[in-house]
Design a protein around this ligand. Structure first.
Ligand SMILES: *Cc1c(COP(=O)(O)O)cnc(C)c1O
Length: 374
């Protein structure tokens, strides 16, 4: 069976974990956490980075930082992972879901303005498959209506919008290092703080509501409980694993882009025949090869394609299910139809995508799909 995902290992993970253990400081914010912070701040110019135990946690920190309260409204796509919005629901927010674009699963930016009310506080764009949303349009709406923007950049490491790294544009951004993403630490994530006003409070929220980070830097002589917070920082063992990955990010990205390009070249003819929709990378975006997907013309066809691939020992999977129709949210949604989100829920298929995918396996996947459609 060709699996859908296989975690990439650089080879140095165990060595760095051993070093972290030998340093006798394996709780949070040790040597490797600092190395990771520095890596991201240098390579992508993020103003301030804080590793977290997951992207979900980074999003929860964002919701706390923005003082989200009962009755606030948050605008987000329906076709996304549950954590994008759950973080805000936990603080009492109402989610106003936006449909996906017709060309790709990102939210339809032209549908946002009509949903902004006096209660709206945040827009949460998700860069699906690591491909940028139109951030200029989103940021100008945020300026016009005085809103915050939190980028859910879980899938978007090393991807760009008009030469600006994704995650560097919104007031806050969240990344994931879950084992299904491009660079991984098993579970893991980070909060990026681009708006300086949030830096101090972010450190406090991450450290259980205390000013322990400032204390460890020697800025104060004791630490106190000063705000609400939780335990959002990962062990340095996790950071050690992640740092081994980061040292190889160029190599990982090169390999994944190569795989992506082979898929695209091998499947473009079935798109040209009008049978499937392939990912579309608009001029303002780059491709970080997070995922290769295709969109079938119906749920029936998708079910058959996934089965056909399975019969040929290839594991392909579908992805998110529209959140506005979820058992938890369907009665809270305002009833608007979100047709494109539903279409991607029903028709999108993700093909195997991982570092060790070999050319022979890739060719087999491509020819199996072509056989199915011919
Ligand atoms: C994976 C993912 C998350 C959650 O990441 P975790 O690190 O598992 O919490 C959030 N949003 C999107 C869009 C994702 O793909």
């Amino acid at each position: 069976m060709i699996t859908n995902n296989k975690p990439y290992l650089s080879g140095n993970e165990t060595e760095y974990i051993r070093k972290a253990i030998e340093s006798c400081k394996i709780s949070g914010d040790g040597v490797y956490t600092k190395k990771c912070h520095q890596f991201f701040e240098t390579k992508y110019g993020f103003k301030k980075v804080l590793l977290t135990t997951s992207c979900t946690d980074a999003l929860e920190m964002a919701a706390i930082l923005l003082d989200i309260k009962e009755g606030d409204e948050v605008i987000a796509p329906s076709f996304t992972f549950v954590s994008t919005v759950n973080a805000f629901v936990l603080r009492g927010a109402k989610i106003v879901f936006i449909d996906s674009d017709i060309n790709n699963p990102n939210m339809d930016v032209d549908a946002i303005e009509a949903q902004i009310t006096s209660k709206t506080k945040v827009i949460v764009p998700v860069h699906y498959a690591g491909i940028a949303c139109d951030m200029d349009k989103i940021m100008s709406l945020a300026n016009k209506y005085n809103l915050f923007v939190v980028e859910d950049a879980a899938l978007a490491i090393d991807s760009y919008y008009k030469d600006r790294p994704l995650g560097s544009i919104g007031h806050l951004s969240a990344f994931s290092f879950h084992e299904t993403k491009n660079v991984i630490s098993g579970e893991g994530g980070m909060l990026v703080i681009n708006d300086e006003r949030f830096i101090n409070r972010a450190e406090i929220i991450r450290e259980k509501g205390t000013n322990r980070s400032a204390f460890f830097r020697g800025e104060i002589d004791k630490y106190d409980w000063v705000d609400i917070g939780s335990s959002f920082l990962p062990s340095d063992i996790i950071a050690a694993f992640l740092f081994a990955q980061l040292e190889n990010i160029e190599k990982i990205q090169q390999k994944r882009k190569n795989i992506w390009n082979i898929y695209f070249a091998g499947l473009i003819s079935i798109e040209e025949k009008g049978k499937v929709q392939l990912p579309k990378i608009l001029n303002f975006a780059t491709n970080n090869a997070n995922m290769f997907y295709l969109v079938c013309s119906s749920i029936d066809e998708r079910t058959k394609l996934i089965q056909y691939l399975k019969d040929n020992e290839i594991h392909a999977v579908f992805h998110y299910l529209s959140l506005h129709k979820s058992p938890y949210y369907k009665n809270k949604h305002d009833g608007r139809e979100l047709k494109n989100a539903d279409r991607y829920s029903d028709c999108l298929v993700r093909l195997p995508m991982y570092y060790e995918l070999e050319e022979e396996q890739l060719n087999k996947i491509i020819s199996t799909i072509n056989n199915f459609y011919n």
